[in-house]
Design a protein around this ligand. Sequence first.
Ligand code: A3P
Length: 289
Amino acid sequence: RDELMFSYKGIPYPTSFCSPEAFKALESFEARSDDVILAGYPKSGTNWLSQILTDLIAISQKKTLGEERSGNAEEPEEFPYLEVGDPEKYERMIKLPSPRFMVTHLRPENLPTSIFKNKVKILLLIRNPKDLATSFYHFSNGLAALPSYETWDDFFTDFVSKKIAWGCYFEYLSEWNKYVDKENIMTVTYEELKENRALGVKNIAAFFGIPLTEKELQLVVERSSFQSMKKNSEKTHGAFGNIFFRKGAVSDWKNLFSEDQNEKMDKMFEECLAGTKLGKKLKYDVYCK
Ligand code: A3P
């Protein structure tokens, strides 16, 4: 376990994906005002929203350039997760054409300050903490880069003790809550997208200033269904891509949480988030009771 994780500024990260050197290099990364950033804690649905955003960017590019942007040697693909990769990645990203798409699991205070200085638009994705913990547990046991757990109880203990990768989810939400009123940030919840994907996609496109015809909207909506993403996972995410598309449901936590665990999490929510904007947006009483 100790080899799988390291700590940076008090937060644990997986050694396979992150390094102190890359974190240091990231600090001076110069964001552009037309970058597109998706911020979300692991397992909040970041792959889902990445699919939606890259489709929206492709549609918008096709209209402005008259063609789809395709990868070529001068335009190397970079893994979109901002804090994942080698320290030289940020040098290479300077050469990428706009709009660059990036995803991050980091808290705002650990992001490069240029993102906020240049008012980069950020889509903040949040998910109810009980389903998120459930998803994280299954994922930890499916991905060799993360510590695995013999029991759900062991995982839950680590989840509420700030010991899992990218740190405490409640702290993550409290930190982002300080930013939600900024005009360059739009918040969406996993649950609202599950309820009405078409409306969600429409609102996201409007926030990024991407006009959509009804046909384009339908295409993005269809391509981002759980079934279609799971079916394509080998193509989009490699041989074991299906671990990113486990169940795609709301309320799966009911299959794992004990009464004590429910109480513990309800108490943490009450203490850290209940009165906050993000806390209200999560509709805890609807999705976590
Ligand atoms: P579950 O484990 O609850 O199924 P991330 O992409 O941040 O790692 O989040 C993964 C979670 O998002 C998984 O949750 C996954 O199934 C869910 N997910 C991925 N694509 C989805 C989609 N198109 N619709 C709904 N949920 C999706």
